[in-house]
Design a protein around this ligand. Structure first.
Ligand code: PGA
Length: 271
């Protein structure tokens, strides 16, 4: 699918080319070991045939990474971690480094998830340090950004998202952008059952893509994938993915049910 500049909203929109969708299942602090492995087996069984057309990643809790990685095998499903610390090793009780994740065959990490920012209290500086450390060790990164309801109501949506994007990507080179996906996840939509309309989500995605073009270049902006996240379900996914700007989804609640998750992956493939 190719979106011409004239189809995109606003002056200076980036012309985007073909991008492979990426769907991630963020299991957060849920499940137990047996259920995690069972769900991973179900995702493998359901996804196998779709992986030639869509990237699929699962993000189990840290303690289950190894077992889930074993269940995923080497068949193209991506093993993801929900967070990473920026230091390689040392006296950082409770933290996990990129190299430790690589040891477990983790390929992709979430950085700056809304719950890390708003529940745990991570700021842009820490998010940026984590992004850079993960990229330097060769991990792929999903940089999560998103405005709160208060910020949206105050008309600051674009400003907040651009600021988080720019801060998160500080010091990241053009080459490294190949390893980066952006997840736009409005905080008010996460876990609330309230999804942004496809139109509203796509409008933010365009602003984000324009900012990537300003920071890097048009080619980079055209090839970076921007996922939407926030109460995505199998029934809302198709309409979201019909927007050419939306390159897949980061899924929380619905990723805990293999059937729902597979429905979202199928919608991405069919879009
Ligand atoms: P949700 O979570 O799908 O449950 O809203 C999305 C996320 O936190 O990535």
């Amino acid at each position: 699918m190719t979106l011409g500049a004239s189809d995109a909203q606003g002056v200076g929109a980036v012309v985007v080319g073909e991008r492979r969708s990426i769907v991630g299942g963020n299991w957060k602090m849920n499940t137990d070991l047996a259920a995690a492995v069972e769900r991973a087996d179900d995702v493998v069984a359901g996804c196998q045939a779709l992986l030639s057309e869509c990237d699929v990643a699962v993000f189990p809790p840290f303690p289950y990474l190894q077992a889930v990685g074993r269940a995923l095998g080497h068949d193209g499903l991506l093993l993801g971690a929900q967070d990473v610390y920026h230091q390689p090793n040392g006296a950082y009780t409770g933290e996990v480094s990129s190299t430790m994740l690589l040891d477990l065959n983790v390929q992709i990490v979430l950085v700056g998830h809304s719950e890390r920012r708003h529940v745990i209290g991570e700021d842009d500086e820490l998010v940026n340090a984590k992004v850079r450390a993960a990229l330097e060790t060769g991990l792929n990164v999903i940089l999560c950004i998103g405005e709160t309801l208060e910020q949206r109501q105050a008309g600051r949506t674009n400003q907040v998202n651009v600021a988080q994007l720019v801060a998160g990507l500080q010091g990241v080179g053009t080459e490294q952008m190949r390893q980066v996906t952006v997840a736009y996840e409005p905080v008010w939509a996460i876990g609330t059952g309230q999804t942004a309309t496809p139109r509203d989500a796509a409008a933010v995605h365009r602003v984000v893509r324009r900012s990537i073009a300003d920071l890097y270049d048009e080619d980079t902006a055209g090839s970076v994938r921007i996922q939407y996240g926030g109460s995505v379900t199998a029934s809302s996914a198709a309409d979201l993915f019909a927007e050419p700007e939306i390159d897949g989804a980061l899924v929380g609640g619905a990723s805990l049910e293999a059937d729902q998750f597979m429905g979202i992956v199928r919608a991405a493939v069919e879009s």
